[in-house]
Design a binder for this molecule. Structure first.
Ligand code: FNR
Length: 383
């Protein structure tokens, strides 16, 4: 079935007076989630660093590139399958690692993983998950694990071993969040879910981490929280530490948070397999460049050596088209699927992904392309 068939499905349901349960427009979906969520949870997801300038720039950057459609080139049949790290996926899309999803829906990462599995696309599980690696693995489907890299090597190795056993085949190492940025929306509400024990299911269920505690987690949760926080937060890692991960992870390793071509080159030199050009959705450095503006430079620097992925600001199928044209092999979807999760759990996430992929599929066809492989910067005009 083509992704674009979702369009016909919606119209046909309309003949029986059945409307889509949620909007296909991410902006409207966000507004619906706003009505459902409490202020703390809503702003934790919607908010960003500082003035929100970089978060806004991430989205605005797409408007500076316009698709130049080509005609009379039969693109009726399209193929969105995409190879990443030697594995074939049905579309150039994965779900970005997003922590503490239980603040928007009780099933959180479980619902997200089930939706992704039902579509065959990878869900990247965050170390800040509200459910354990093992629980989320039960959803099946392709799964990747995102590491917040602890400063205790034995804990790191234990997390990697659990991920491997759970069938997570790709390791995504997030670099740009070694300490929390200045986030006014959360500060004004003094809202940080981790300090209340939410989003800590993975470390709290880790045998090596638990061995570091004087009292069992169940008897002294606060002490466990205060042991975990400084273990991964507040101190940066350095390039010379990457061999620890390379030597202890057999599968692909992807560095997330890369924005400079030199850092991308260094990732390739260090034996990494990919990078995610990302600025964490503008949640870390206010005033940083839009992630889309960093993409062409990184792709030019390492596109022939590494798999270049992209996130930060994807809101529509046309955005995915543009990121692919500017050098990404695939994109990670962030906040939009969280709004789907808030509105409808697993079904809501699936709805968002199907909507974006249907729009991408139609955009490709209408612009005259049969597959993402035909895209390059020349299919866009910069404004
Ligand atoms: C994130 N992101 C993130 N990244 C990561 O590597 N580990 C994590 O635990 C989280 N947690 C997280 C929570 C929330 C609420 C958000 C919104 C984001 C960043 C995420 O993976 C991705 O880079 C951004 O969401 C992309 O930006 P947009 O497209 O959502 O604006």
């Amino acid at each position: 079935m083509a992704y674009s068939d979702f369009q016909l499905e919606i119209y046909l349901n309309g003949l029986a007076d059945v409307l889509p349960p949620y909007s296909v427009d991410v902006t409207k979906l966000q507004a619906a989630a706003r009505d459902l969520l409490d202020d703390g949870a809503y702003w934790y997801v919607a908010g960003s660093a500082g003035s929100g300038d970089t978060a806004a720039a991430n989205c605005a950057a797409f408007g500076r590139h316009r698709i130049v459609p080509r005609m009379l080139r039969d693109a009726t049949e399209r193929d969105l399958t995409t190879e990443l790290f030697g594995r074939t996926y049905p579309a150039p899309l994965a779900l970005a690692p997003i922590g503490v999803q239980s603040i928007v829906h009780p099933y959180g990462e479980l619902a997200t993983a089930r939706a992704a599995a039902s579509l065959g696309i990878p869900a990247v599980l965050s170390t800040a998950s509200s459910h354990t690696l093992e629980e989320v693995a039960e959803a099946g489907g392709p799964r990747w694990y995102q590491l917040y890299w602890p400063h205790d090597d034995e804990v790191t190795l234990s997390l990697l071993e659990r991920a491997r056993k759970g069938g997570y085949d790709t390791l995504v190492v997030t670099l740009d969040t070694w300490t929390l940025a200045w986030r006014p929306n959360d500060l004004d509400r003094a809202y940080l879910p981790f300090l209340r024990g939410t989003g800590l299911a993975i470390p709290l269920s880790d045998p090596v981490f638990r061995s570091r505690l004087a009292e069992p987690v169940e008897e002294d949760l606060n002490a466990a929280i205060m042991t975990w926080a400084p273990m991964f937060n507040g101190r940066a890692h350095t390039w010379d530490q990457l061999p620890l991960l390379r030597d202890n992870w057999d599968g692909p390793i992807v560095l997330k948070g890369i924005q400079h071509p030199d850092d991308a080159r260094r990732a390739a030199d260090a034996g990494m397999d990919g990078v995610v050009v990302s600025n964490h959705g503008g949640r870390q450095i206010d005033g940083a460049l839009a992630s889309l503006d960093a993409l062409p430079g990184v792709a030019a620097a390492v596109g022939d050596r590494l798999t270049v992925l992209f996130d930060s600001g994807i809101r529509t199928g046309a955005d995915i088209f543009k990121a692919l044209a500017l050098g990404a092999r695939a994109v990670l979807l962030g906040r939009p699927y969280v709004w789907g999760l808030a509105c409808g759990g697993e079904d809501g996430v699936r709805h968002v992904v199907r909507s974006l992929l249907a729009e991408l599929d139609l955009t490709l066809g209408l612009a005259g392309f049969r597959s993402p492989a035909g895209l390059d910067p020349s299919v866009l005009e910069a404004r």
